[in-house]
Design a protein around this ligand. Structure first.
Ligand code: OAD
Length: 230
């Protein structure tokens, strides 16, 4: 089976009702990125950061996967599909995708604020101030903040190097190192870019643009790749 690798971002979950970051009305218009998504922000005001992610988690529990997530599951009948997602939601998993790597962590998990290796599932939606890890330190969201290392990059690079088809869906390609994965796509491998906006894709990439929202875009991709209706 050919390996189809997908790099997904906030846009793939937009039709599920989850806000993107950099579009008009995106989260970073309303919140200061350094206040809620950086180690300094956490140090200055942990309650504010905790509330921000508690709110995101609460909303996530009310959302369901959409046609794009389900379309990627259907592609598993034809391809060895591996998803590398920048999203912290669990909609790929809830749709049923079997191989999902989270580059920026997982909203429904908590981590120790002294040892990032200590990660716990969250019951419900809330991490409370004074909820602690087994070492007695405050639990924080299991989200990679700006300025923190991205440990999943190494496996993501390996997965990308092994791709026969590469798909970019719903990401502005603004955030590094995630966006640099395109540099590891083997030469000549087709790269399908699904996004309703015009993205600037590196000139050396063999890009096929599908200028659509994710649901429609994945349907078009499905038909192109399999010759069948999704
Ligand atoms: P962005 O908000 O930067 O980009 C979202 C992309 O989705 C844009 O290119 C939109 O045009 C596109 N889009 C909007 N609606 C769509 C739809 N219905 N279908 C398909 N595409 C749509 O989000 P990301 O690129 O995912 O990191 O952002 C990357 C990282 O920046 C996030 O993981 C997050 C953020 O700060 C952290 O919080 C660490």
């Amino acid at each position: 089976m050919k390996k189809l690798v997908v790099l997904s971002g906030a846009g793939i979950s937009a039709e599920s009702g989850i806000r993107t970051f950099r579009d008009m009305g995106g989260l970073w218009e309303e919140y200061d990125i350094m206040e809620v998504a950086s180690p300094q922000g956490w140090e200055n005001n942990p309650e504010l950061v905790q509330n921000f992610y508690n709110e995101r988690r609460k909303q996530l529990l009310e959302c369901s996967p959409n046609k794009a997530h389900y379309g990627l599951v259907k592609l598993e009948k034809y391809f060895d599909v591996e998803i590398i997602t920048q999203n912290v939601d669990d909609l790929h998993e809830r749709a049923g995708s079997s191989k999902v790597l989270h580059l920026h962590g997982e909203l429904r998990k908590a981590q120790s604020s002294v040892d990032p290796g200590l990660v716990y599932d969250i019951e419900g939606w809330e991490i409370k101030m004074r909820d602690t890890c087994e070492k007695g330190s405050q639990l924080r969201p299991n989200v990679v903040w700006f300025g923190e290392p991205v440990p999943a990059m190494m496996p993501a690079m390996d997965i990308t190097r092994g791709s026969d088809i590469f798909v970019v869906a719903g990401t502005s390609l603004n955030v590094y190192p995630a966006a640099s994965l395109l540099d590891y796509v083997p030469k000549g491998v087709p790269v399908y870019v699904i996004d309703p906006a015009d993205l600037s894709v590196p000139f050396n990439v063999n890009a096929h643009i599908i200028k659509e929202k994710a649901g429609k875009g994945i349907e078009i991709l499905f038909e192109k790749l399999t010759g069948e209706k999704m």
